[in-house]
Design a binder for this molecule. Structure first.
Ligand code: HEC
Length: 129
């Protein structure tokens, strides 16, 4: 084996896992930017204040659907859904809210898998405390 080939194989073995991991890691900054563009008009992620057209999403991961106490505009469908928001369920919901929860009032969907994963990863960073 030539030196060059040996170097190439070693380099590929070292670099490949890093590149693959990077490709699957959600980009939280992109999630935040996308959220601010697509969702921020309706949803607040601050402790107090912000838009009220949709429920506050601070701490949404782990919360029961339709349970944000200050939001009075929930659909009967979402309230009755018995969903507890996990990253996986949020991903399904945001792909097509009306397919996951028929008759929901939530109008926005994110078709692109990567962008959706980024937004869900961003939502998961938002904690109440
Ligand atoms: C035009 C306003 C509007 C926009 C834009 C919007 N939403 Fe909503 N969202 C709502 C409303 C209204 C509800 C309540 C739905 C219901 O009760 O069926 C909701 C509900 C939700 C819920 C469930 C919250 C809970 O308390 O159970 C999540 C999660 C959510 N939206 C995420 C998003 C994300 C992420 C985006 C951006 C991609 C987005 N929304 C864009 C209005 C909006």
């Amino acid at each position: 084996m030539s030196e060059f080939r040996r170097f190439f194989i070693v380099a590929a073995a070292v670099v490949a896992p890093v590149v693959c991991a990077a490709a699957h890691k959600p980009d939280i900054e992109n999630g935040k930017t996308t959220f601010n563009t697509m969702c921020g008009v309706c949803h607040s992620v601050q402790k107090t204040g912000g838009p009220t057209l949709g429920p506050n999403l601070l701490g949404v991961v782990g919360r029961k659907a339709g349970s944000e106490p200050e939001f009075t505009g929930y659909s009967p469908a979402l309230k009755a859904s018995k969903i507890t928001w996990s990253k996986k369920i949020l991903d399904k919901f945001l792909l097509d809210p009306n397919a996951k929860v028929p008759s929901t009032f939530m109008p926005m969907q994110i078709a692109d898998n990567k962008t959706r994963a980024d937004v869900v990863a961003y939502l998961a960073t938002l904690k109440k405390k």
